[in-house]
Design a protein around this ligand. Structure first.
Ligand code: BTX
Length: 336
């Protein structure tokens, strides 16, 4: 958004529900009345409902449900996560965008899109990301860790998302090891962590987070495995009839939680993060199928160790640590 449009939006927001005179706006922006009118129309095209009246000026009535920085910022409590904000209406994949950011991009930058046309899951799978219905975003990080430790950020993000869903929407969600957030047996969020590294040093890590927020339905193949926060809220809180789930508050809350956990992670608190992930795990105690290249085996998920590996007990009684990123685990009883 142009700086002047931005300034106008700030003035209207500060006075939401009250008129701001055209003259006041001209003075503060240092532009003509015609220019003000043009910027008002830019905002209207973005979905802002702005009333105008001769002699009174302009009044902001309603903000649109969009995830531009100005809408998210009032809820943001972070120092650096999300403070560099790249917003797109439509994009192929926010992870691809984030991976292409120049090397001098500050840590904590975030790429957010209303819609992804080529959203990605793991190993080339697609991630359905319809316009304005979810949170499709990627965090750009530069942690001082080894490449082997990078998958741990998936757990950090999973805990941040689960906590944010609880505090911002009031729904308890579980974590399906390692990268899915589950409500009532269905996937509400997926996380894709991608690494750019030398053999022994990390250049950057991109953590992509996709949350189904206000989807009312899913395409045929996803109906039985996917859900959204709106669908779940209708099920569990039928009296809460206040329209859509607030995406901007939730987005900010994910970033707020992520920063807190990430700071702990950098200080070496990962075992504590895993302890909390374990409390929310929907995988531990379940039979799983460990998928490997050229096959797989059935086992029982029994624990998650301090490195974030899933400990499974095989049918012969032996245990094995499954490292995130090397294999995927599929529940054999229903989806989880
Ligand atoms: P995954 O490989 O664990 O899951 C992908 C699978 O999930 C798909 O094969 C499909 O069965 C199912 N799926 C696809 N879309 C959805 C959806 N909207 N809701 C529920 N299930 C779905 C999970 O990979 C990681 C996904 C990360 C997505 C984010 S969005 C922002 C960022 N940019 C990007 O391109 N990816 C990440």
């Amino acid at each position: 958004m142009a700086q002047e449009t931005n300034l106008l939006l700030k003035m209207l927001k500060e006075n939401k529900g009250a008129y701001v005179s055209g003259q006041q706006i001209c003075d503060r922006m240092g532009v003509s009345r015609t220019a003000v009118w043009k910027h008002v129309n830019v905002l209207r095209e973005m979905g802002y409902v702005i009333e105008s009246a001769t002699k009174k000026g302009y009044m902001l009535i309603k903000e649109p449900d969009i995830l531009i920085y100005d809408e998210v910022e009032p809820y943001l409590k972070t120092k650096y996560i999300g403070r560099n904000y790249f917003y797109f209406n439509t994009v192929g994949s926010t992870n691809t965008q984030a991976k292409a950011l120049p090397e001098n991009t500050p840590e904590g930058a975030v790429v957010v899109a209303e819609e992804q046309t080529a959203g990605r899951g793991r190993t080339g799978r697609a991630w359905v990301s319809p316009k304005g219905q979810g949170i499709w975003m990627s965090l750009y990080l530069k942690p001082d860790i080894t490449p082997q430790e990078a998958p741990r950020l998936t757990h950090v993000a999973a805990l941040a998302v689960a906590r944010a869903i609880k505090s911002a929407v009031g729904i308890s969600a579980g974590i399906k090891w390692p990268n899915d957030i589950i409500i009532d047996g269905k996937k509400v969020c997926g996380i894709l962590t991608e690494l750019s590294a030398e053999i022994d040093a990390v250049n950057s890590v991109v953590v992509g987070i996709g949350i189904n927020v206000n989807n009312e339905r899913f395409p045929e193949g996803l109906k039985d495995v996917a859900t959204s926060l709106l669908i779940e809220r209708k099920k569990t809180m039928p009296n809460q009839n206040d329209g859509v789930v607030d995406r901007k508050a939730l987005l900010a809350e994910v970033l707020n939680n992520f920063e807190k956990l990430y700071e702990g992670f950098l200080k070496g608190d990962f075992p504590d993060i895993i302890k909390d992930c374990k409390k929310l795990s929907v995988t531990i105690g379940r039979p799983v199928r460990v998928m490997e290249k050229g096959g797989g085996f059935d086992a029982l998920a029994v624990d998650i160790d301090d490195r974030g590996a899933l400990i499974v007990k095989k049918q012969d009684g032996s245990t094995e640590a499954v490292i995130a990123g090397e294999v995927s685990v599929r529940g054999v009883l229903g989806y989880v």
